[in-house]
Design a protein around this ligand. Structure first.
Ligand SMILES: Nc1ncnc2c1ncn2[C@@H]1O[C@H](COP(=O)(O)OP(=O)(O)OP(=O)(O)O)[C@@H](O)[C@H]1O
Ligand SMILES: [Mg+2]
Length: 204
């Protein structure tokens, strides 16, 4: 990646530039695939600390802010409470949980890009009793009914070869399970998919 990026900073004929751009894009793609495989295989014990769920969620959204802006994706976060309202703390390995939610946001982004001219992703946080449920809902094409029972299986993907490894949701499910939580998916009436992550909060 570095060498191809250095090369691209130089003057060169158009057809050579295109080839080097391809090298660079494919190197990035391979890095993504390897990262997914490592996340999947690693299964490290989480290092859990008391963390505000809303802070974790806002940090995750921040990581996608640039991508979403570039792809004209609107994030609706009316249902994410302000930090001060005490929306719940949980014992989280924050890096892992950020990854779990990122995988959902990436899927929503990818689902919408092929289907909708303007994709909206609605993010919500609902606190009930000792649990907080994070919702990630999109207005893409939704999930085929026959695929719904399979989407959390490792290597299940409906994306083209080279586009998806089918590991995102199984990684997310593994992380959520290690936190004593639950993850599930539904189709939204009127179109789109919804994913929910339910986590136990710390009572105090
Ligand atoms: N928001 C969504 N809308 C529609 N279909 C979805 C959505 N999220 C997941 N899916 C379906 O679930 C499948 C599995 O998702 P998963 O994230 O595990 O793998 P992937 O996105 O195909 O590949 P990877 O995440 O490894 O790049 C997807 O291929 C897609 O068919
Ligand atoms: Mg995915």
């Amino acid at each position: 990646m570095l060498y191809s990026e250095q090369a691209l900073a130089e003057e060169m004929p158009h057809h050579i530039r295109e080839s080097i751009q391809t090298v660079n894009q494919q190197a990035h793609r391979m890095a993504r695939v390897v990262k997914n495989l490592l996340d999947f295989a690693r299964h490290s014990e989480p290092e859990r600390r008391e963390t505000s769920i809303v802070t974790m969620l806002r940090r995750t959204l921040e990581l996608k802010a640039y991508d979403f802006k570039m792809n004209h994706i609107t994030v609706i976060d009316d249902d994410v409470p302000a930090e001060t309202s005490g929306s719940g703390h949980a014992m989280l390995d924050e890096n892992q949980m950020v990854q779990a939610i990122l995988n959902l946001l990436n899927n929503a982004e990818q689902a919408g890009m092929s289907a909708q001219p303007t994709l909206e992703i609605r993010v919500s946080v609902l606190r009930v009793g000792g649990w907080v449920t994070i919702g990630v809902e999109d207005n893409g094409p939704g999930i085929a009914e026959e695929d719904l029972p399979k989407i959390f299986d490792p290597f299940f993907t409906t994306k083209d070869i080279g586009q998806g490894t089918g590991l995102g949701l199984s990684v997310s499910q593994g992380i959520v399970a290690l936190h004593g939580g639950e993850i599930w998916a539904e189709n939204i009436r009127g179109g789109g998919a919804a994913f929910y992550v339910k986590l136990p909060t710390i009572s105090r």
